[in-house]
Structures are given as structure tokens and as C-alpha cells.
Design a binder for this molecule. Structure first.
Ligand code: PGA
Length: 270
């Protein structure tokens, strides 16, 4: 099995102005340094609101933290008369490496559907960044027992026409909507079932090598108390963390536990 580097991405949503963001990063830098955190063992990503991205990057550089910065959405168009929008090129130039695409909150409150999600993924890839495509069922699909098919269909609707090289760079975040911000986390088994089904989709569509490279994250009330058990599933490669990413101590704990769990899992598999 390929060793995939786990990802712990903090989705701040609409929280922290640039001054609060600076304070958070200072604290996180101190906590990770104090814990002798091995930056090579995981990709740590902070995804602030647009207005805080630059401040976070300046401090990350100053503190010599090996973490990445990302954005929470992006325009599918390159430039022009699109008031209020931000292009992938602008984010790439700023130094962003990741962009969340199709978060359920964006799908709900903004006109984001499969067609423009495909264009957003394309725009992010063309700018040299990695999209984190969010999928996941609502309570209703789960009640009907169709959650796995639903999540896989959402992945397929967006991902079916990319090249192998493009598909390899995409990350998927399985985020059951009923678990987001509710404290109702998926069981490790259902997180693994969804991640496994999504990986199987990549295997049948793109082949073994791509499917073994794509990183599949879990999101939805992930925190330091459930991170280790959620990482037991062999197809879960880390987390997209919302609420718990706003607390530097909690976030650094999740990062450390994820690294430890990935290591333990690799030992068990060896
Ligand atoms: P949560 O959010 O961790 O607060 O549930 C996750 C997300 O929406 O990405």
C-alpha cells in the first residue's frame, strides 16, 4: 500500500479577522514547537477567510512553520466583471496551496452545483493548487440507507472527466451534513465505509495508482477525542476540521494524534 501523508486542514469558516488570525498562528507555532511536531509527517493546512490569508502567511513564514494555507472557495472564472469574486490565480499568487470546493455550506447558501464545481476544480488545478472537494449525505439519505451511493455519486458528478494526473492532485473530504457543527460525529466504521467507497470509485475510474494516491479526509465534528479512532479506518487520511480548528490547543492535539495514528496504522499494516 502507498504511504499517503495525512492531512489536517482547519476550515475557519467565517471566523477570525486578521488580528485574531495572527494571534492564533502565534499560539499554534508555539504549541507545535513545544511538542517537537514533525512537519514532514503530515500536511497541516489553515484555511482562513480571504481577508486573513495574507496575515496568516506572513506569520507562518516568520515562524518558519512548515504548514500550508488555503482558501474556502474560489471563482470558476479567471477574471472580469464578477463583483466580489476571487480567482484561483489570485489565491495561487498569494501562496495558497489548497482550496475547499463544494462545502455543504457553500452548496446551501450559494449557487454552487455540480457544473460550476467542475469548473472550480479545473481552475484550482490549472493554478497549481489542490482542490479539497467536499461531499456527504444529509440525514435524510442516511435514514434511507443510501449514504454511500450518494457520496460516491457526488464525487463522480464532479470528478468523472479529469486526467489521471489531475485526479491524483484532488483531495476528497467526506463530510456528512448531519455531523457538521453538531457534535454528532460519524462512527469510525461509517467514516471508513464512505472513504472506502470513494476510494473504490477512484480505482474503477482511474485505476489502482491514482486511487492509492488520492487523500480522503473525514469532516464533521472531528476533534481530539475522536481523531484517533476515526483514523483507524485504512482509507481515512486525515481531517477537515471546522469548530475544533478555532482552538489552537485542540487543533495542535488533532495534528499530533493524526500523525501518531497514521504511524501506528502503518506499523500494523507492515
Ligand atoms: P465541524 O465542521 O468540524 O465544525 O463539524 C467541519 C466542516 O464543516 O468542514
Amino acid at each position: 500500500m502507498t504511504q499517503r501523508i495525512p492531512v489536517v486542514a482547519g476550515n475557519w469558516k467565517m471566523n477570525f479577522d486578521h488580528l485574531e488570525a495572527t494571534y492564533f498562528i502565534q499560539k499554534l507555532a508555539w504549541l507545535l514547537r513545544d511538542a517537537h511536531f514533525n512537519y514532514k509527517a503530515a500536511d497541516i493546512v489553515i484555511m482562513p477567510p480571504f481577508t486573513s490569508i495574507r496575515s496568516v502567511e506572513v506569520l507562518v513564514e516568520a515562524e518558519k512553520m512548515k504548514i500550508s494555507v488555503g482558501a474556502q472557495t474560489v471563482s470558476e472564472t479567471a477574471e472580469g466583471a464578477f463583483t466580489g469574486d476571487i480567482s484561483a490565480q489570485m489565491l495561487a499568487k498569494l501562496g495558497c496551496s489548497y482550496v475547499i470546493i463544494g462545502h455543504s455550506e457553500r452548496r446551501k447558501y450559494h449557487p454552487e452545483d455540480d457544473a460550476n464545481l467542475v469548473d472550480k476544480v479545473r481552475a484550482v488545478l490549472a493554478a497549481g493548487m489542490s482542490p479539497i472537494l467536499c461531499v456527504g449525505e444529509s440525514f435524510e439519505e442516511r435514514r434511507q440507507g443510501i449514504e454511500l451511493g450518494y457520496a460516491v455519486q457526488q464525487v463522480s458528478d464532479v470528478m468523472r472527466d479529469f486526467s489521471d494526473e489531475e485526479a491524483r492532485k484532488v483531495l476528497i473530504a467526506y463530510e456528512p451534513i448531519w455531523a457538521i457543527g453538531t457534535g454528532m460525529v460519524a462512527t469510525p466504521q461509517s467514516a471508513q465505509d464512505a472513504a472506502g467507497a470513494i476510494r473504490e470509485y477512484f480505482r474503477t475510474t482511474y485505476g489502482e495508482s491514482v486511487s492509492e494516491s488520492v487523500r480522503i479526509l473525514y469532516g464533521g465534528s472531528a476533534n481530539a477525542s475522536n481523531a484517533s479512532s476515526l483514523m483507524e479506518g485504512p482509507d481515512v487520511d486525515g481531517f477537515l476540521v471546522g469548530g475544533a480548528s478555532l482552538d489552537a490547543e485542540e487543533f495542535s492535539r488533532i495534528a499530533r494524534l493524526t500523525v501518531k495514528s497514521a504511524k501506528d496504522r502503518a506499523h500494523r499494516a507492515a
